[in-house]
Write a protein that binds this ligand. Structure first.
Ligand SMILES: [Zn+2]
Length: 195
């Protein structure tokens, strides 16, 4: 059975987070990638979009986690835990989080993306890559598109690895790194964290 068919059957062709039946696609739960159904969830566009673009989050959409967090599928538990952690300052997500029990292995996986590592949440600036993975200073990232570097005479090519990045403290969308020997500012939405 193909990966998608396996997931369609596991989820009964519903978004594994919000139960929507339209626009479903396979989402590989970062930081693991691979065609292993245990490491993937089948979710709808609305969920994917909000997971990948924290600024678009509609808190009420995630009330669906009230049900889906009880899934027996670890990958679904991980995504529920991460979204509840991100939204914990709203109150009710923290209450759900307090009820959600993950075994050690699943909890480590849930935390591997950087969500939930700060209890204060909101007031710290978090830099996230195009997949929503939290970036930290010193990480290596890969460019996901060709970037014209302002003020310099070159294009930073898609696929270029940028090592030892630094985070721009007051702007969650900006990181800095060296490309072709020049320190440049890069938008986080155009990078992907390397493992
Ligand atoms: Zn959904």
């Amino acid at each position: 059975m193909s990966l998608e068919a396996t997931l369609q059957s596991r989820s009964e062709s519903k978004c594994e987070l919000c139960s929507a039946t339209e626009s479903l696609s396979v989402y590989m739960v970062p930081p693991d990638v691979g065609n292993d159904a245990d490491k993937c969830v089948l979710i709808c566009n609305t969920c994917t979009d909000q997971i990948e673009n924290p600024e678009k989050v509609d808190v009420n959409h995630w009330r669906c986690l009230n049900d889906s967090m009880w899934s027996q599928v670890p990958a679904v538990q991980v995504m529920a835990w991460r979204m509840l952690s991100r939204l914990s300052s709203e109150g009710w997500p923290q209450e759900l989080l307090d009820m959600l029990y993950l075994d050690d292995e699943t909890l480590n996986w849930a935390k591997a993306n950087g969500d939930g590592d700060s209890s204060s949440g909101q007031d710290t600036v978090k830099h996230r890559d195009s997949n929503g993975a939290v970036l930290t200073s010193g990480d290596t990232v890969t460019l996901t598109k060709d970037l014209n570097v302002k003020g310099a005479n070159f294009t930073a090519k898609r696929g270029t690895a940028v090592r030892n990045i630094s985070l721009v403290a007051d702007n969650a969308e900006h990181i800095e790194g060296k490309v072709e020997g020049q320190q440049i500012v890069i938008l986080t939405k155009f990078v992907k964290k390397s493992n």
